[in-house]
Design a protein around this ligand. Structure first.
Ligand code: SAM
Length: 294
């Protein structure tokens, strides 16, 4: 009976046996702390009734913990060199499938239909994400038509703080709002950089995202355009909303007049910094500008 993959000793033994050198280009930092691994699975609230997708299994430390609790686990790994390793170390678990995939290129609905025995079970994403593409992966997951029951992911602490930021703070921005549009985000716990091989230059945190339980009070006329507009409003964070809006829609007197009326109707002070606005205020503003052909 070998010790679990996520123990320091076993991780080093596996890396030595297969001659694995971690690749920075794939954001490879392997987690070697069984407590942290088990707490991630707890935070994700995994049971035998769940289908789990893991992004980036590495050498399988988290995958093994998931396999012990989940119904089935589908692990998507971009690094071809790790596939034979994963096949071997995870051989004791018959509820795990590893596929070589770039998650940013995957057709997730199709994979789910093809790889899970019962694709109608709740689908949860659990991952220690490659840090260099945390936001693109999250945006991809949220843009997909799959209804995720939970997304429980480890990321750089600063990014976790942006995901869960409140209006008026310096972490609050377009990423916060893109998440809030669909999900409730909570930081479950922080993780020290010391528990990774190799150790990254930043600390991490586990974020749990669940579908919103309350509907938005207003709907945007177009979601894509809403988020283009929000990014525009945050282009110069230190400038006022008014200055940012001028860069987006123009400075001509009749445009300024329309903007003044819109902002006053919505009770939004033009002198506010963009970070003071709530998601609903951004939606109202985008809708009103659209209605006025701005
Ligand atoms: N899950 C392992 C752990 O916790 O020890 C490894 C986590 S490591 C931070 C990130 C993993 O994601 C690496 O195995 C890396 O090869 C993989 N990866 C990087 N980019 C990916 C992509 N676009 N699609 C799928 N996997 C990717």
């Amino acid at each position: 009976n070998s010790p679990e993959i996520g123990s320091r000793a076993r991780t080093h033994a596996i890396m030595e046996k297969y001659g694995i050198r971690t690749k920075k280009s794939f954001g490879q930092n392997f987690l070697t702390d069984l407590n942290v691994l088990k707490n991630i699975v707890k935070a994700a609230d995994i049971s035998r009734n769940d289908n789990v997708i893991e992004v980036g299994p590495g050498i399988g430390a988290l995958t093994e913990q998931l396999a012990q609790q989940a119904g089935e686990v589908l692990a998507l790994e971009i690094d071809q060199d790790l596939i034979p390793v994963l096949d071997e170390v995870l051989a004791p678990y018959d509820n795990v499938k590893v596929v070589k995939q770039d998650v940013l290129q995957s057709n997730l609905p199709e994979l789910i239909k093809k790889e899970f025995t019962d694709p109608t079970k709740p689908i949860k994403v659990v991952a220690n994400l490659p840090y260099y593409i945390t936001s693109p992966i999250l945006m991809n997951l949220l843009a997909s038509p799959v209804k995720w029951a939970t997304i429980c992911v480890m990321m750089q602490k600063e990014v976790a703080q942006r995901l869960t930021a409140k209006p008026g703070t310096k972490q609050y921005g377009a990423l916060t709002l893109a998440i809030e549009y669909q999900m409730n985000a909570k930081i479950a716990f922080d993780v020290s950089r010391k528990v990774f091989v190799p150790s990254p230059n930043v600390d991490s945190a586990i974020v749990v995202l669940r579908p919103r339980t309350t509907a938005l009070l207003v709907q945007p006329f177009d979601k894509q355009k809403l988020f283009g507009f929000i990014r525009g409003c945050f282009a110069h964070r230190r400038k006022s909303l008014w200055n940012n809006l001028q860069s987006i829609v123009g400075k001509e007197p009749e445009i300024k007049a329309k903007m003044t009326t819109i902002l006053s109707d919505l009770n939004i002070s033009p002198q506010l910094r963009p970070e003071k606005l709530t998601l609903e205020q951004f939606i109202n503003l985008a809708n009103a500008l659209h209605q006025q052909d701005l």
